[in-house]
Write a protein that binds this ligand. Sequence first.
Ligand code: CTP
Length: 415
Amino acid sequence: MTGDVDTRAASPSGKRPSVVLGVSGGIAAYKAAELLRRFTESGHDVTVVPTAAALEFVGAPTWEALSGKAVATEVFEEITEVPHVRLGQNADLVVVAPATANTLARAAHGLADDLLTNVLLTARCPVVFAPAMHTEMWEHAATQENVATLRRRGALVIDPAEGRLTGKDTGKGRLPDPAEIFEFAQAVLARRGATDLAGRHVVVSAGGTREYLDPVRFLGNRSSGIQGYAIARAAAARGAEVTVVAANVALPDPAGVKVAHVETTAQLHDAMTTYAVGADAVVMAAAPADFRPTSVSEAKIKKAADGSAPSIELTQNADILRELSQHRGKPGQVVVGFAAETGDDTGSVLDLARAKLARKGCDLLVVNDVSGGAVFGSADNEAVILGSDGTAAEVPAGTKAALAQVICDHIVARL
Ligand code: CTP
């Protein structure tokens, strides 16, 4: 793991969140070691519960060294501690990563034939499964029905990622990036596992578009995609099916979220219009360019021999948020926009934002004051959320993850 030690779990009361990390027997078990480190280094108290098959892939010494605790696979080990009951009862979160088809089946059917399945039956906290298996096993009706059963009971099952599987196969079935499973788990812990967006489809745009002048040059903007990805993550952790349309975002795909990559405003427009059909909520967190060069040169533009500078003629792009607001993809769909404002001679940040909310026709407008270049690329944000009903909710300075949760609260309240 790289980067600074993450201390998000340290609470004022000093109680460290207690996490049970279940590991089942798949080749992706080695990736759970990184997930474990992320939990321990950010102050969580982690007990690893591998299945017997998991120990065929990664041995007990790895789990014991990284967690600082002995590991057991069966209920008859350390029996005086009654671990099969205590672990589940005391946990704030159970994460099973990787979750094999076999472990999903055992969990869905309530079996209690090893320590992990006993923990799953006694846990009263949120439970997250991160499945990893071959595409055929994931797509099998038995697995899909088991996943649906677990979700119906309130468990969060992260859809596997697409990509390289064991051997030469590629397809859906990869364990998402451990760092992203960790972020998902943080979002679940933040809401104590509330799945108030279960059964809902949320579409989020993120990043900034590029408008090409020639094959190598473009007009772009500084939007990083961090806020859009945080909203996608928060919605997924609250049980929603989430699609992100990402414009030039250089971040790993959030766990359990479908990501469609685009570059230009025209591509963003087409993707959002397509995915918005049938969606319960649409969030325009991306920064689309308002203008594009009227013509794109097929060859790289050269300097003129006389030293004169070329002029660029611009054409206005579609206002995607306005269109999405005017032509909803589903009755009752909640449409959320963002406004990055600096305020000027004609009005304050909030005056301009109120006018923008009315102009765009969306239900909610998340207003950032970007005077002095604040917000872009930063992990923190502060905002005011304006409602079309005249409400204004101030969100104090905090992380973009925290703001994402508040935005989801407002969406839930309007659905
Ligand atoms: N937006 C959009 N399509 C555009 C431009 C912006 O959908 N072509 C969306 C953004 O995703 C954001 C909201 O509109 O949710 C407001 O973006 P902003 O750049 O503040 O608004 P503009 O319409 O560009 O207004 P301004 O005249 O202030 O630049």
